[in-house]
Structure formats: structure tokens, C-alpha cells
Design a binder for this molecule. Structure first.
Ligand SMILES: Nc1nc2c(ncn2[C@@H]2O[C@H](COP(=O)(O)OP(=O)(O)OP(=O)(O)O)[C@@H](O)[C@H]2O)c(=O)[nH]1
Ligand SMILES: [Mg+2]
Length: 602
């Protein structure tokens, strides 16, 4: 049998996982000497590249000495955290990265907890030690405290530590050592990650942990083989989570090496490969021996915590910018997504209306962003958290929130969060005038908070949160403090009128922008909505005013990205998403309809 090690790389967002994997690929010689590749090569899809974050976990394999090391890079953003637990079940060891300045963050806690619960033993990598503000000793202490708090076993607490600057391909075992390369990381993987259990002679048992889709071969299940040997063309039995057994055949067997995938003829226990040919395959299924099929433990998929409604765009500008605009198209596309994305759920809630549930706003924004690029046009509603009943008690998701803010602003932020039902858990000085404050807060209260927080801290604050647990419903929380500036008419905006409106709040649109009645053009500086006319030109007059005209100086409009806009809207508002524009609108476009509806609501 081949000598194999299987590892996952886990950490809080941006702590350097994908960069470290680059280094492992590079320094193992897996990239050919002249092979061109991008930075963070594993972040291969467009949105990942643009945003510099990992969205889907991806696997690769490298050769080091006589070992094959399968590596799974995981996303660090909390919205994609559901992937991590599944991935952890597929590997025998983990590299836990932690930023040498930022230290233990919400998602570090989340992934370490999962890892410890699954009985894995980690290698801890203190990354970014090149940062001038790095405090590796403090961060090592934080990691020990974290492991102790989470009841790690003695063996788990006795983890190897590596200090690294992944971006520079540098690593060492002791801060006092001279800078070295990744050899110490490879050696630690080979020495401290257990070799795969199971045997190539046993009946086949492989578990699917990720789905992929290929236009030619259809659904592909990326799987870890726990027992047995599999050949291209083999008949197999697919054991589904609900106990059903479906006969199938492996039409293609795909292996991984570096950034490449290639067809292979055979794979054995211990390895990670992809199977094509099973149209009904789902995450968690066991690919088993056809004669003696034994299912592996089903996989726990994290439940969604947030929903939004995707609907057919019915704005006055509908159908002008997108190619796919009908309810059928929308439904097809969303169903396709659910096919490969197990963390999301879909429910039809009305004519042309689809409730999409996921783990957070980013996950939903990424789906919407992908659809825009595929020429879809649709509307989305304000995100709502999923409330559920647990033992007769109405419960809602809570999040663990960590913020870093300049000391003089901490008072403002604490007060704001207090109004949003956050409970402060700790406050620590972080050096360079910053404070780290930790809270527990209903997820509901976080919707729309980020924009406020960035304004309050003049963009200097950093906030991070991740799912904690469901807790009893906390009652009403404060939401957006300001009203909207709503257009009263349709047309193209003019500088003269925008100039008049900009004193009333913050504009979201500039000149020569198509607007319609009920479209939101900005945020009012007061709590109520204000109806405005953004297309009014200057009245022509024969009487010349004394002195020169007041020069029209427009403040640049605030750029409302899809994410920002999604966080900003209230229940009676919608986002209109097209390939070219993200518009914010009232659900009811005329003022009289809104008034009638508001009365009914009361
Ligand atoms: N100073 C410094 N920056 C680093 C180092 N390693 C990575 N970075 C930078 O940190 C940022 C995040 O790196 P990634 O590798 O994308 O982090 P990640 O953990 O994969 O992020 P997610 O997948 O989104 O969770 C990038 O800008 C990297 O260039 C390092 O050793 N030192
Ligand atoms: Mg990454």
C-alpha cells in the first residue's frame, strides 16, 4: 500500500491557509519548475479570486519523499463553516493556523472545537510572524488556553508548534531558530499525523464529502476511501443517508495531483479520489461494495440559520438587463445550486418566490453574485434568521462576536451593541491603542450592524463572528436607525435635484441614473422615510438672481455593494439584482400603497 497522510488546513478567515497550501505545493516540487500559477492557486473560482477568500473547500495532493500527502484547504469564513466539520471527518490530522497578531478568533474557536470533538490531534502553525505587530508567545498561550477550555485530552494538548510566514515560504520550530523552509512542516505531518486506518483488502467503503459538477460526466463525488480497492468501471452500491441502497457504476475515477485532476484506473483505502457516474450521489453517501454494502456513519450537515426570498424581478425596469428573468429559469438555477451545495435549502413559497436558507449573508450574496454573472435578474428580500422550537421553547441563533476597536471608540460600540441585545463577555487591551471586546449576540441583531459599525469606527474597527448555538428568543432588537430617501417619480437623475437632496442624508446613486417611483436613492438622516424628486431640473427663469449661481457640488454617492445593500434593507424593502445594477426599492412602489399597507400592518 502507498504511504499516505491526509490533512485538512483549518483556521479563522484570512489567517493564511490557502497561502500555506501554495507553499506546500511549491516546496514539495509539485508545481513544475516552470509551471505558472497564481498566488493562492487553490482559490480557483472568480469570486474567490476577487474577494481573496476561500468559499469551497478543495483538495489537492502532493508527493513528499515516498509519501503522498492529501491536503484539504477549507474556508475560514463563518458562513462556510459547515464544510469544515465534513472535511475533518475525511482526514487523520489537521494544521490549525492562527495569526501571530490576531490570535484566537471566533472561527478559530469554532474549528478547534469541531476538531477536538472528532478526536483529531493538530499541528499548530503560528502564521504571519513577519508582521511587525506579531506576538507569537501571546498567541501560543491563547492556543493552550483555548485547548484547555475546550477540554482537549492530554494528547491533544501536547501539539507540535510551528512558527511560519507562509507568504514567504518560511517556517521554524522555535522563534530563536534561524529562518527555515517548510521541511519542518512536512516532517511534522509525516511524524505526527496518524497513518490511515482500514485495509485495501476489505470490502469497499468510501464516503462522499464534496460534490462537484462537470458538463461532460455530470455529478462527481469527492470521497475518502476508508476500506477496499476501487477500479474504474466497478459496480458499486451507493448507501444513502436514509438507508436506501442504489446500484451504480464508477464510470470514471479521478485522482488529484497539485492543481491537476487526472483519470486513474485504481485507488485504495486511505486515499482521496473522485467518482463519476452516480447521478443520485449526495454528500455523506457511502460508496460501498455491491455484495456486502456497509454504510459509514451519516454526516452531520450544519443547519441553515438565515433565509432570504429570491423572487422574479417585478420592478418597472425589469427584463431590461438580464437574460434569464422568468420564474422557471430562477427555479432551475436555484435547484441546480442545491444539488451541489448541501449547506443551502430551497423552498417554493409562492408564484415566482423561492425561500433560500443558508448559513449567513455572505453565502447568500455569493450565490446572488454568481447568478448575476450568469445573466440572471431577480429580487431578494431582507435576510431573516431561522427561528425554531426546541423542547417547546422558541429559539433563535446566537453568534459569538469579537470586535477590535480603537480604545476611544469602544464606548460608542458597546452602547450600540447593548441596544441590540449583545452581552459583553470580555474586554482586553490589544496594544497600539486597540481593544478587543467579545460579545454574545442574537444573529438577528447583527443584520445591518456592520455598516453602522464601520461608520462608527470610521472604518478602523474589525468585526468577526461565528455561530454559537440556538438560544431562547430574545424579543425585539433595534434595527436600522435611519429612514430611506425614496424617489417619487421615474426618469434619469439630475445634478440639480440631487444637490438639493444630499443635505437630507446620504445618496446611493449619482447623476444620470435611471430611477423609478418607489426606488430608494439614499439614506435619510432621520428615522422616517422621505419621498424626494431626484429628476427635477432647474426651473427656467428670466429673472437673473443676484450674484453667480451657487456651484453644484455633489458628494460622491455611497457605493452600495450587494452585501452592504442586503444588510441595509428592511422588511418593506427589496433588492433588485441584475447583471448591471443592484437597486434598492420599496416593496410597494407608490406612497399611497405604502400608507395603506402600513395602516393594515398596525
Ligand atoms: N504578512 C503576512 N501575510 C500573509 C502571510 N500568509 C498569508 N498572508 C496574507 O494573508 C491574506 C490571507 O491569506 P489567505 O491564504 O487567503 O488566507 P486564508 O486563511 O486562506 O483565508 P480564507 O480562505 O478566506 O479563510 C493574504 O493577503 C495573504 O497574502 C504571512 O505569512 N505573512
Ligand atoms: Mg483560503
Amino acid at each position: 500500500m502507498q504511504k499516505i497522510r491526509n490533512i485538512a488546513v483549518i483556521a479563522h478567515v484570512d489567517h493564511g491557509k490557502t497561502t500555506l497550501v501554495d507553499g506546500l505545493l511549491e516546496q514539495s516540487g509539485t508545481f513544475g519548475a516552470h509551471e505558472q500559477h497564481d498566488e493562492r492557486a487553490m482559490d480557483s473560482n472568480d469570486i474567490e479570486k476577487e474577494r481573496g477568500i476561500t468559499i469551497l473547500s478543495k483538495n489537492t495532493a502532493i508527493t513528499y519523499g515516498d509519501y503522498k500527502i492529501n491536503i484539504i484547504d477549507t474556508p475560514g469564513h463563518a458562513d462556510f463553516g459547515g464544510e469544515v466539520e465534513r472535511v475533518l471527518k475525511m482526514v487523520d490530522g489537521v494544521l490549525v493556523l492562527v495569526d501571530a497578531y490576531e490570535g484566537v478568533m471566533p472561527q478559530t474557536k469554532f474549528v478547534v472545537k469541531k476538531m477536538l470533538a472528532l478526536g483529531k490531534k493538530p499541528i499548530v502553525v503560528i502564521n504571519k510572524i513577519d508582521k511587525p505587530s506579531a506576538e507569537p508567545d501571546r498567541v501560543v498561550d491563547e492556543m493552550f488556553d483555548l485547548f484547555a477550555d475546550m477540554d482537549a485530552t492530554d494528547d491533544q494538548q501536547d501539539f507540535p508548534i510551528i512558527y511560519a510566514a507562509a507568504r514567504d515560504g518560511m517556517a521554524k520550530l522555535d522563534m530563536d531558530d534561524e529562518d527555515g523552509d517548510f521541511k519542518c512542516i512536512f516532517d511534522a505531518i509525516i511524524e505526527s499525523v496518524p497513518e490511515p486506518e482500514g485495509s485495501a483488502q476489505n470490502p469497499l467503503q468510501a464516503q462522499v464529502f464534496t460534490l462537484d459538477y462537470d458538463n461532460y460526466v455530470g455529478k462527481i463525488g469527492i470521497s475518502r476511501i476508508f476500506n477496499g480497492t476501487v477500479n474504474k468501471g466497478d459496480n458499486i452500491m451507493l448507501a444513502k443517508a436514509d438507508g436506501e441502497m442504489v446500484k451504480g457504476k464508477i464510470s470514471k475515477l479521478i485522482g488529484f495531483h497539485g492543481l491537476n485532476r487526472m483519470e486513474i484506473d485504481q485507488a485504495e483505502a486511505g486515499d482521496i479520489v473522485a467518482f463519476a457516474g452516480m447521478e443520485t450521489v449526495d454528500v455523506g453517501d457511502t460508496v460501498a461494495d455491491p455484495v456486502n454494502p456497509v454504510a459509514l456513519d451519516p454526516m452531520h450537515v450544519e443547519e441553515p440559520t438565515l433565509t432570504v426570498v429570491f423572487a422574479v424581478n417585478d420592478s418597472p425596469l425589469a427584463g431590461q438587463e438580464g437574460k434569464h428573468v422568468t420564474s422557471n429559469k430562477l427555479r432551475e438555477r436555484l435547484e441546480f445550486e442545491m444539488n451541489t451545495n448541501v449547506a443551502m435549502k430551497l423552498e417554493v413559497v409562492g408564484e415566482g418566490k423561492f425561500k433560500v436558507s443558508g448559513r449567513g449573508e455572505l453565502q447568500i450574496t455569493v450565490l446572488a453574485e454568481n447568478m448575476r454573472r450568469e445573466d440572471f435578474e431577480f429580487s431578494i428580500s431582507r435576510p431573516e434568521v431561522i427561528v425554531k422550537e426546541i423542547e417547546g421553547v422558541k429559539c433563535e441563533p446566537y453568534e459569538h462576536l469579537v470586535i477590535d476597536v480603537p480604545e476611544d471608540l469602544s464606548g460608542t460600540v458597546i452602547e450600540r451593541l447593548g441596544k441590540r441585545k449583545a452581552e459583553m463577555k470580555s474586554m482586553l487591551p490589544m496594544g497600539s491603542g486597540f481593544q478587543r471586546i467579545e460579545f454574545e449576540i442574537p444573529a438577528r441583531a447583527l443584520i445591518g450592524f456592520r455598516g453602522q459599525f464601520l461608520t462608527d469606527t470610521k472604518g478602523e474597527g474589525v468585526m468577526n463572528h461565528s455561530f454559537l448555538e440556538f438560544r431562547p428568543f430574545s424579543g425585539a432588537v433595534e434595527s436600522r436607525s435611519y429612514g430611506a430617501l425614496v424617489s417619487m417619480t421615474a426618469g434619469s437623475t439630475l445634478a440639480f435635484s440631487l444637490f438639493g437632496i444630499q443635505d437630507r442624508g446620504v445618496l446611493y446613486i449619482g447623476v444620470q441614473t435611471e430611477v423609478y417611483e418607489g426606488m430608494i436613492v439614499g439614506e435619510h438622516s432621520r428615522t422616517n422615510d422621505l419621498v424626494v424628486n431626484p429628476i427635477k431640473g432647474k426651473a427656467q427663469s428670466n429673472v437673473r438672481s443676484s450674484g453667480a449661481d451657487e456651484a453644484i457640488k455633489l458628494i460622491p454617492p455611497r457605493d452600495m455593494s450587494l452585501e452592504r445593500a442586503l444588510e441595509w434593507i428592511e422588511d418593506d424593502e427589496l433588492l433588485e439584482v441584475t447583471p448591471k445594477n443592484v437597486r434598492i426599492r420599496k416593496k410597494f412602489l407608490t406612497e399611497s400603497e405604502r400608507k395603506r399597507h402600513a395602516r393594515k400592518g398596525k
